[in-house]
Ligand binder design. Structure first.
Ligand code: BTN
Length: 245
């Protein structure tokens, strides 16, 4: 079987969704596996949305055993590793992280992550990165960008290889560097100090986005009190990058 940076590597010409394909590799083997497809015909985004999956971009899913009680930590390092992978290609580019795990370049969405539970103790981290092109604005709820628009020339596989290095490095620091990693996440955070609205199911919370705690809970300042938000859709006042999360 092929390998990429210590991960079992399944490279497909096409898949419905690599997250769906990845389900097959839960519990079948005890090695960590990454499934990548050149295109997806039914790419999935968060909250039941679809993920437009154009040829030349990265669509992959990492499958490995993971203790779900640290889910928030995984959300944090999955996105942080993506930002660090982008930074390794160019010193000029400053990726930003939109809570909980989108990567933005100049306020436009570069990538999204869909974490799903696999069978048993397996977790699936599905990653989509616009490498060669960004889907047209008309097809999206938000503005998107690509690495190629920012002068980064690499293939989906090259980017994946760097991402896996960053991800493994971050995961190996689990427990030792948790707070440092949170600080790294916060350094790149999009919208800190700004008024936001978070829609959590049927509820709506407004306040100032002041940070995250170490399980990725969003911290919202509401007057004197700080409200912790586990999950929801973040909206900014002027309509920018207002996709739900
Ligand atoms: C989001 O909505 O921001 C998350 C998008 C996640 C897309 C990736 S592409 C690879 C993997 N397979 C899927 O069907 N979805 C994820």
């Amino acid at each position: 079987m092929a390998e990429i940076n210590g991960w079992e590597y399944i490279a497909l010409k096409s898949a419905g969704s690599t997250n769906e394909e990845a389900q097959k590799y839960c519990a079948l083997q005890n090695r960590k596996t990454v499934v990548r497809a050149d295109v997806q015909t039914a790419g999935r985004g968060r909250r039941g949305r679809n993920w437009i999956s154009e040829y030349g971009n990265l669509f992959c899913s990492l499958v490995f055993e993971f203790d779900l009680k640290y889910f928030g930590y995984l959300v944090m390092i999955s996105a942080l590793s993506l930002a660090q992978a982008v930074e390794s290609f160019s010193k000029q580019i400053k990726p930003q992280l939109k809570w909980p795990n989108d990567v933005l370049l100049n306020g436009k969405k570069l990538s999204g992550i869909l974490l799903e539970k696999g069978e048993g103790d397996y977790i699936i981290v599905g990653i989509g990165v616009n490498i060669a092109s960004a889907p047209e604005k008309e097809k999206l709820l938000y503005q998107a960008t690509s690495l190629s628009e920012h002068g980064i020339d690499c293939t989906a596989e090259e980017f994946l290889s760097v991402y896996l290095q960053m991800f493994d490095q971050n995961l190996s620091l689990f427990d030792k560097q948790k707070n440092k990693q949170r600080i790294e996440w916060l350094k790149r955070a999009y919208g800190i100090g700004r008024q936001i609205k978070v829609c959590c199911n049927s509820r709506e919370e407004k306040g100032i986005f002041i940070g995250i705690d170490d399980d990725m809970t969003l911290l919202l300042q509401q007057g004197e009190k700080i409200k912790k938000i586990l999950a929801g859709d973040v909206f900014f006042e002027n309509g920018e990058i207002n996709e739900g999360i």
